[in-house]
Design a protein around this ligand. Sequence first.
Ligand code: PGA
Length: 254
Amino acid sequence: MRRPFVAANWKMHKTVAESVTYAHAVVPLVEAITDVDIVVAPPFLALPAMADALADSRIKVASQNVHAASHGAFTGEVSLEMLQGSGVTVVIIGHSERRQLFGETDAGVNAKTRATVGAGLTSIVCVGETLEEREANRTFDILDRQVRDGLAGLSPEQVATQVVAYEPVWAIGTGRNATPDQANEAHRHIRQQLVSQFGDSAAACRVIYGGSVKPGNVAELVGQSEVDGALVGGASLDPTSFSEIVAGSRSTAI
Ligand code: PGA
């Protein structure tokens, strides 16, 4: 039984004040949904205020990035200890925008993932192929490499409690989501890679889908047997839309 997991990735949107307004709006909308893990990832600056505003709710607060080192001369970076001190329990790692725009590598993703899991937080490790890679029939090779290298060094028990997000790059922010069949096929492949790398217990790792998820398509996507939830960008910025996506993920195939 894999419990549905739905995360909002706000990217570089919302001030601290706007974030708190959202928090107060979204809590009553999802209060009755107790069978889904719900996570919101605001920008760094809003993390402490969001953790405060959501303290009495079931919604967890995530960061969109982290630095792997515990401290040091890394201008502009944020450590796990700082995040934990601000109420963060989940970290998004290796989003395709970080890989494409900020030069993140599989080795960097792995360092961040090991540090995050080692500190007792939950990682959401993002993987996914570009359109060019899909058209060249390289999707599975890319996913295998990103999963293998990104999660290397974790124990099977650790992998079982983490989250992998399958986000085909061509579906992010484009309004063109993967079809439910495409998503299910990729998720099945990712789970097979996890099991071959870490053993049967790794099948418990939740694999969530991201890329143009909306209230109107979430149920069909998360209804697939291998799709355990959603990582939502644009449609998570409005509390009503995000709450509808959380509600739509309840009928997930578990
Ligand atoms: P999108 O973004 O929902 O706006 O496509 C998803 C993501 O980048 O996590």
